[in-house]
Design a protein around this ligand. Structure first.
Ligand code: PLP
Length: 440
C-alpha cells in the first residue's frame, strides 16, 4: 500500500510541476489522483474507492471502462489508428449512421469535431452561411464551450474575459425558481419567457438574427428543464423569422436526460444539433453537428469552409459505434430514465423536504440539481466557501460530487444501479445536515 500511496503522491508532484489546469489558479490547485475505474466507481493508486456522481465533467454516461467501448477502441487501434478527414472510412460512416438514427427525421448528416466547443463553432458558422445573417441569440444561463464563438455564446461569467467573437446577444430563458419575469407558475414562466425572446428578436432586428442557440436543458447553468411548450414556442418564433434553431445537446444528450436526445421529451425539431460528451462518454475526444437537409444542401455545390485534421477520427468513430450499440443492447438509456423517475426523483425530493439548505430539486434522468440556499425564504444562494466545504466532505466520504455555483449536480452514469444510489444518498444526507447547521 505504501508503494501505491507513493504513486499518488508522485503523480501529484509531477502534476504540480508540469500540468497547467483549466479554470484554476494553479498554486492552490490540489487534484484528486484517479488511477482506475469501472462503471460508477473510480479509485486512486492506493485503492481508495469513490462513487463518481460527477461523471467527471458530466460526460461519462456509459460509466468508466465499459468493456465493449474499450474493445471497440482497441480493435480499431490495431486495424487503423488514424486516417485523414478527406478519406472514406467505414467506421466513421457507421458512427454518423448510428447518431443520425437517434436524431429526428430530416437531420441526416454529421460533421465531426474534436469536442463540444468546436461543434458550436461549426453550427454557428453553418447558421450564418445559411441565413447570410450574423447575430446569434443565446441565454445568460448557459455554457457552450471555450473557443471564440462558443465562449461568446456562453452566458455565464466565463465569457467576460474572453469576448473575441462578435454578433452575440443574450436573453433570459425560463427558470421559475429564480424567475426574471415575476412568474409563479410554469405556464406564466413559459409565456413570459417567450414574450421576452420575441421582443429581443424584434429589437435586435429579426433580419439580422442567424440563429437561436439553446441548450435543450441548460446543464452547467443549473439543469433547468424547460416548461412544456417553451421549445415549441422558440421553434415557432424561429420559423416566423427564418432563424436557424440550434439545440446544444453536448451535456443533455445520449442518455443523460433519460432520452437519446433530451429534445425527444419536448415538442421540437431543431435545424442543427450539437453533441459531444455522452456520444462516446469521452473515451476519445469527439463532438459534432447533426445537420438538417436544408442546411446540408447549401453545401451540395458550394464548398463548406471548415475542417479539422481529426474530424471523424477512427478511434473516436469506433468508440461512438461501440458506445451507442452497448447503450442500445443493454438498455442503458432506459436505466437512466427509470433511475431518474423511480429512484432519484423521490429520494432527492425527500432530501429537499428534510434539509432547509436545499431550496429546490429539479431534473430528469440522471441529470439533477440541488439548489442550495443560505436562507430558504429569500433564496439567497449558499456562499462559495460552504459549497467548497460540501464538496470536500463528499469526497472524504467516498463520493465525487459535481458542484457549480451554489449547486450540487447529482449526475451519476446512466448505468448507475439502485444499490449505488442507495450508497450515495446517506452521503448527501450527512453533508446537507452539516450545511443546515452552517445556515441555521
Ligand atoms: N455545450 C455544452 C452544453 C456543454 O456542457 C459543454 C461543456 O461542458 C460544451 C458545449 C463544450 O464542450 P467541450 O468542453 O467538449 O468543448
Amino acid at each position: 500500500t505504501d508503494v501505491h500511496t507513493d504513486l499518488d503522491q508522485h503523480a501529484k508532484q509531477l502534476d504540480k510541476a508540469h500540468v497547467f489546469h483549466s479554470w484554476s489558479a494553479q498554486k492552490a490547485f490540489d487534484p484528486l489522483v484517479i488511477a482506475g475505474g469501472l462503471g460508477t466507481k473510480v479509485w486512486d493508486h492506493a485503492g481508495n474507492e469513490y462513487l463518481d456522481f460527477s461523471c467527471q465533467l458530466v460526460n461519462v454516461n456509459i460509466g468508466h471502462q465499459h468493456p465493449k467501448v474499450v474493445a471497440a477502441i482497441q480493435e480499431q487501434a490495431a486495424t487503423l489508428a488514424t486516417i485523414g478527414p478527406a478519406t472514406g472510412s467505414l467506421v466513421r460512416a457507421q458512427a454518423a449512421q448510428r447518431i443520425t438514427a437517434k436524431a429526428p427525421a430530416g437531420l441526416d448528416k454529421v460533421f465531426f469535431t474534436n469536442g463540444g466547443a468546436d461543434a458550436i463553432e461549426n453550427a454557428v458558422r453553418m447558421a450564418r452561411l445559411h441565413t447570410g445573417r450574423r447575430k446569434v441569440l443565446s441565454t445568460y444561463r448557459s455554457y457552450h464551450g471555450n473557443t471564440g464563438a462558443a465562449i461568446n455564446a456562453t452566458g455565464d461569467w466565463r465569457r467576460l474575459p474572453n469576448e473575441y467573437a462578435t454578433g452575440h446577444v443574450h436573453f433570459f430563458g425560463p427558470f421559475l425558481y429564480r424567475s426574471e419575469f415575476w412568474a409563479t407558475t410554469p405556464e406564466e414562466e413559459c409565456e413570459r419567457a417567450l414574450h421576452h425572446l420575441r421582443r429581443v428578436v424584434e429589437s435586435e432586428g429579426a433580419a439580422t438574427v442567424a440563429a437561436i442557440l439553446l441548450e435543450t436543458i441548460p446543464g452547467t447553468a443549473g439543469i433547468m428543464v424547460p416548461p412544456p411548450g417553451y421549445l415549441a414556442g422558440v421553434r415557432a418564433l424561429a420559423d416566423e423569422h427564418g432563424i436557424v434553431l440550434i439545440l446544444d445537446e453536448v451535456m443533455a444528450g445520449f442518455g443523460r436526460a433519460g432520452e437519446w436526445f433530451a429534445l425527444d421529451a419536448h415538442d421540437v425539431v431543431p435545424d442543427l444539433i450539437t453533441f459531444a460528451k455522452g456520444v462516446n462518454s469521452g473515451y476519445v475526444p469527439v463532438g459534432g453537428v447533426v445537420i438538417n437537409e436544408a442546411i446540408a444542401a447549401d453545401f451540395d455545390e458550394t464548398v463548406f469552409p471548415g475542417g479539422l485534421t481529426y474530424s471523424g477520427h477512427p478511434l473516436a468513430a469506433a468508440s461512438i459505434v461501440g458506445s451507442i450499440d452497448a447503450m442500445e443492447s443493454e438498455g442503458i438509456v432506459e436505466n437512466a430514465r427509470r433511475i431518474g423517475a423511480d429512484v432519484l426523483a423521490p429520494a432527492l425530493a425527500d432530501l429537499a423536504a428534510r434539509h432547509p439548505v436545499v431550496g429546490e430539486v429539479r431534473g430528469t434522468g440522471v441529470f439533477w440539481a440541488l439548489e442550495l440556499v443560505a436562507d430558504p425564504a429569500t433564496r439567497a444562494p449558499l456562499p462559495p466557501p460552504l459549497v467548497a466545504k460540501a464538496k470536500g466532505e463528499c469526497v472524504r466520504r467516498g463520493l465525487i460530487p459535481f458542484t457549480v455555483d451554489n449547486r450540487i449536480h447529482v449526475v451519476p452514469p446512466c448505468v448507475v444501479t439502485d444499490d449505488e444510489v442507495a450508497q450515495a444518498l446517506p452521503i448527501y444526507d450527512e453533508v446537507l445536515t452539516m450545511l443546515d447547521k452552517e445556515i441555521a
